[in-house]
Design a protein around this ligand. Structure first.
Ligand code: E4P
Length: 218
């Protein structure tokens, strides 16, 4: 499973990229707004730090506007992945961009039917939002299971399932068990994947015992 980080905070991305475990980055208009920076500057900086796909979202809602914005975003770097909303115009733009060899991420997916149509439009990634469904009292993971099953039924569909709106490590584990290709995680959730209190406790005990030996490894 690939791990993307869902942020436009370049300090966070730099630190996580140094771990060597980061496969890509996703941003959205809200995350760009939170960064307080210009989209072209921040996406360029991210693309230089992370070689994998970096999703940058169009703000236009009509086909022509999306295509104009996509052309600007594509010029930033080869690893820009143009993020498009799951609307008729977004899917039309997805189809055109895919035909031109551009990476695409179709976002704001909340149903299996939407995921199927995004795959037919040739999306590189589809982003189902599990946390926002959970917030409504629905089960976001059921959607992931449905999409994975549907895509598996049709090997010609090459779209990767990019689990988005992830809120905690259990989402990541469940998505991995279902065979989702990618999870995009807020930085805090990515860091939580490392954590277990027994790891901390065990390490402290090992270090204490080691110090008592007076040895060094050299
Ligand atoms: C995905 O690409 C989105 O940017 C993101 O995962 C949305 O997450 P949220 O529901 O926490 O805003």
């Amino acid at each position: 499973m690939k791990f993307f980080v869902d942020t436009a905070d370049t300090a966070d991305i730099k630190a996580l990229a140094e771990s060597g475990l980061l496969d890509g980055v996703t941003t959205n208009p809200s995350l760009i707004a939170k960064s307080g920076r210009k989209i072209l500057d921040v996406v360029a900086e991210i693309c230089a730090m992370v070689p994998g796909p970096v999703s940058a979202e169009v703000a236009a809602t009509d086909y022509d506007g999306m295509m104009r914005e996509a052309a600007v975003l594509q010029k930033i770097a080869d690893n820009v992945c143009v993020k498009l909303p799951l609307t008729p115009d977004g899917l039309r733009a997805c189809k055109t961009l895919t035909g031109d060899g551009v990476m695409t991420n179709v976002t704001l997916c909340f149903s299996a039917a939407q995921a199927l149509i995004a795959a037919k439009a040739g999306a590189t990634f589809v982003s189902p939002f599990v946390g926002r469904l959970d917030d409504l009292g629905q089960d976001g993971m059921e959607l992931i299971a449905d999409i994975v099953q549907i895509y598996d039924n049709y090997p010609a569909l090459t779209t990767e399932v990019l689990v988005a709106s992830v809120r905690h490590p259990i989402h990541v584990v469940q998505a991995a068990k279902l065979g989702a290709h990618v999870a995009t995680l807020p930085p805090n959730v990515l860091r939580m994947l490392y954590s277990h209190p027994l790891t901390d406790k065990g390490l402290a005990a090992f270090l204490k015992d080691w110090a008592a030996t007076g040895q060094t490894i050299a």
